[in-house]
Design a protein around this ligand. Structure first.
Ligand code: CDP
Length: 778
């Protein structure tokens, strides 16, 4: 018997009732009496000494009330703040600016317009300094040292390695075939519809700071604010209201947030700071920027043996990556992908340059996209070298289903998988064999058609807390469930949806576990005064961790409910079973109590000596991560005259274990695929040699529109996670992780007969046309 809105049902999203009516509450909707507005002066230079900042003209602008500079903050010991990776980051500079668009001063005014006029009237004199844009040049011995404050003699931030260096070297030497490819995954930006912002309000009577803030991790932010500012943590309330897309970009603390707090303290008024679109794209945390060299060794008949990957990671002027602290290169060491390499070795060097800091994930679990792109791209390079079909090479090498739990050469224990089934399903849907025949015929006619596969494996759902922490905060997550006397439920979580539909899917988990209709359950997140402590939503961790916490909390409630049911039915608890979403006397299904019956009794007729009420809290520490996977196949046609790539078909078979809401999962995959197409064909943030951003507006940072987006074809296989209480794995990021390699592989496949082995993304018409022109085709 199903419960209304339980697991596996395509329940319509509860949150959409307000979103489709335009009644969501985003940070910019918060309007408080006496509220002031903050705007930011930003540097035109990528590297310069600040000679002076003169705010006299700005202070004369009608409505301007204050100008805040680095010197003001220095006096309050707030000019610098820690980054998520325990480096240092300027709130405002005192001596030097380190990237173009860096915050230089803040203007507080009575209106947003006056604040902007004030910004234009702040006079700053700069003395330009040598700029280092290229991380490889930054490592050369004569490169200017960008962070003298750290007393380092080089711009290398750290060197990190994992796996077996010597054994991998030896294994590669012994292989019949070794392929090596240089891959650059460029800087990109998440460009969520809502930019970042906050409203900071300080109540001087109670001493309480309330922040409405675009944050994916409200509790962690509260703790960091308390530690940095010295304000008591119970006097800080972070409210993360509706969020218009996060994708990792709303994990870090940006200087604007801190400046709004300082401005609120300084003026005694609430202060709003909302980034404009250009600021968001030019100054917020970036993603990717990995320069990779990957080598695969195999036998001549295509058995994979060894993998070696060397990477230079451009971190900008400070290491502010949003990674778990023990993983400076995130989870890049999932780069062995879906394959049982015998030996593997990965090394990454983090490097300072004159660019904005960050290193956020762009809808992936801490560098999983970089890893998936690398392995899936190089597998195709190998297939090409061996003259083998890329599907056959993958099928021959996949970790077999019976090998799970599988320990990878780089130490991860994959929970479950059936990679061959997913690829076979995608091949059947798209008619792979038929497409290969069509391609051969078209090649004879000189037409360019390509087929690309990506059979990726992700790693999502951090903790376990023994290994995963951010700034020392261990990565678990939480759920608190309270059932009211009439059987209606309020549940609160430590995560924070940014559009993923948690209000619906969490309610579905509880509906299933408690036997209460989804309509009778409210799931709430994002208010640190009410929600239990959690580490937030990013890296597809909500379902694997907070979703599991919901199930565990509900099961704790069932334990107590069983005792109440036994009392009501006048039987021993041992005589009861939870069946068909109620407690039944074993063998006598008519004698039963629903959770609603039990909830009423929990407040009116509970056994003598038992505590009243029906509620539970669970802090769930996952025993392992979950490893969702998928196989994507993309078919492209290339216009020989213009180099334009047209995606003709794209089939995505995903496996995220047990699915809570099929409609929401499909929506996540559609959105994710479009966000995977974006870096594959369109998006890149590039800097010229002076550190000027190229691509700092939507005129030249190209987002996919409906015109570029093909009709996605989706399907699934279901391989539950053995350790998750519901068998669910994360899915929110799968498609963004898996899609770029399928698209790039398809384009390279279309050109492989011309000797092309790799094209760096984004694969623009210009890049393709140049190749065609060199080959005498265009
Ligand atoms: O952490 P985040 O919410 O971004 O990612 P997620 O846990 O992968 O979930 C994305 C959305 O898909 C949520 O609404 C999930 O509850 C839903 N989902 C699902 O219905 N079934 C799954 N197996 C995984 C996610």
């Amino acid at each position: 018997m199903t419960v209304h809105g339980g697991i596996g049902q395509s329940v319509k999203r509860k949150e959409d009732a307000r979103f489709v009516r335009g009644q969501g509450t985003y940070v910019d909707d918060i309007k408080l009496p006496g509220m002031l507005y903050l705007d930011i002066v930003r540097s035109p230079y990528a590297h310069a000494r600040i000679r002076y900042i003169n705010s006299e003209r700005a202070m004369k602008v009608p409505g301007v009330l204050a100008v805040i500079t680095g010197k003001d903050l220095e006096a309050a010991k707030l000019a610098w703040m820690p980054t998520l990776m325990s480096d240092r980051q300027m709130v405002l500079p005192v001596e030097r600016v380190m990237y173009q668009a860096q915050e230089v001063a803040a203007v507080v005014a009575e209106s947003r317009y006056a604040a902007a006029d004030g910004v234009a009237a702040v006079d700053v004199e700069y003395e330009p300094l040598p700029v280092v844009v290229d991380p490889i040049k930054a490592l050369e011995p004569d490169a200017p040292i960008l962070r003298p404050d750290k007393n380092e003699k080089s711009n290398r931030i750290w060197h990190w390695e994992t796996g077996e260096r010597q054994a991998t070297e030896k294994a590669l030497k012994e292989c019949d075939v070794v392929v090596r490819e240089n891959i650059y995954i460029p800087r990109i930006h998440v460009a969520s519809i809502e930019t970042c912002g906050c409203v900071a309000q300080f109540d001087s009577t109670s001493g309480k700071l309330t922040m409405w803030m675009t944050t994916q991790a409200p509790h962690a932010i509260r703790t960091v604010f308390a530690l940095v500012s010295g304000l008591p943590e119970h006097k800080i309330r972070i409210i993360s209201p509706d969020i218009g897309g996060g994708f990792g970009g709303k994990v870090p603390v940006y200087p604007g947030y801190v400046l709004a707090v300082v401005a609120a303290l300084k003026t005694g008024h609430p202060v709003k700071w909302i980034e404009d679109r250009s600021e968001n794209i030019q100054a917020d945390s970036f993603a990717r920027d990995y320069h990779i060299t990957a080598e695969i060794g195999a036998t001549k008949d295509g058995k994979l043996k060894a993998l070696r990957v060397k990477t230079i990671a451009d971190h900008g002027y400070t290491d502010a990556a949003a990674n778990p602290s023990k993983f400076p290169a995130g989870l890049f060491n999932i780069v062995t992908g879906s394959y049982p390499f015998e030996k593997a070795f990965v090394e990454v060097d983090g490097v300072y340059t004159n660019k904005p800091p960050g290193g956020i994930a762009y809808r992936c679990s801490f560098r999983v996209t970089e890893a998936a792109f690398t392995i899936e791209r190089v597998i195709d390079v190998l297939a090409h070298k061996l003259g083998m079909d890329p599907a056959e090479l993958r099928m021959k090498n996949f970790i077999p289903p019976e090998a799970f739990p599988f320990k990878s050469a780089l130490g991860w224990t994959y929970d479950s998988g059936n990679y061959g089934a997913a690829l076979r399903k995608a091949m059947d849907i798209i008619d792979y064999e038929g497409l290969r025949k069509e391609q051969a015929e078209k090649r004879k006619r000189g037409e360019l058609m390509g087929i690309g596969i990506s059979s990726f494996t992700e790693i999502v759902g951090a903790g376990p807390s023994a290994t995963f922490d951010i700034l020392g905060l261990k990565m678990f997550d939480s759920c608190e469930v309270r059932i009211h006397p009439t059987g209606k439920v309020i549940a609160r979580f430590g995560t924070k949806s940014q559009g993923q539909g948690h209000e619906t899917t969490y309610a579905q988990i509880l509906a299933e576990e408690l036997g209460i209709s989804v309509d009778d359950i409210t799931a709430e997140e994002g208010d640190t005064d009410t929600a239990p402590y959690g580490l937030g939503t990013y890296a597809s961790r909500s379902t694997p961790v907070a979703g599991a916490a919901a199930a565990v909390a509900a099961r704790k409630i069932r334990d107590k409910a069983k005792l109440i049911a036994a009392h009501l039915l006048e039987v021993s608890p041992d005589d009861l079973e939870w069946k068909d979403h109620k407690f039944q006397v074993k063998g006598v299904p008519a004698k039963a109590k629903t959770m609603q019956d039990i909830a009423f009794a929990a407040y009116t007729n509970h056994p003598q000596g038992m505590e009243a009420g029906l509620e539970a809290t669970a802090y769930y520490d996952p025993p392992n991560l979950t490893f969702p996977f998928g196989s994507y196949i993309c078919v492209v046609d290339i216009d020989k005259e213009t180099g334009e790539v047209k995606i003709r078909r794209f089939v995505a078979v995903d496996d995220c274990g047990t699915i809570i809401n099929p409609m929401i999962v499909e929506g996540q995959i559609h959105g994710g695929l479009t966000m995977g197409l974006a870096p594959a064909l369109l998006e890149e943030i590039h800097y010229d040699e002076h550190g000027n951003i190229q691509g700092g507006t939507f005129m030249d940072y190209l987002l996919p529109t409906a015109v570029e987006t093909p009709k996605w074809e989706t399907a699934k296989t279901t391989t539950p996670s053995p350790h998750h209480p519901l068998g669910a794995k994360g899915v929110g990021e799968s498609a963004t992780v898996g899609a770029p390699a399928a698209i790039a592989n398809a384009v390279v496949d279309a050109l492989s007969h011309l000797g092309v082995t790799h094209i760096d993304i984004p694969i623009t018409p210009w890049k393709v046309w140049k190749i065609l022109n060199e080959k005498g085709i265009a």
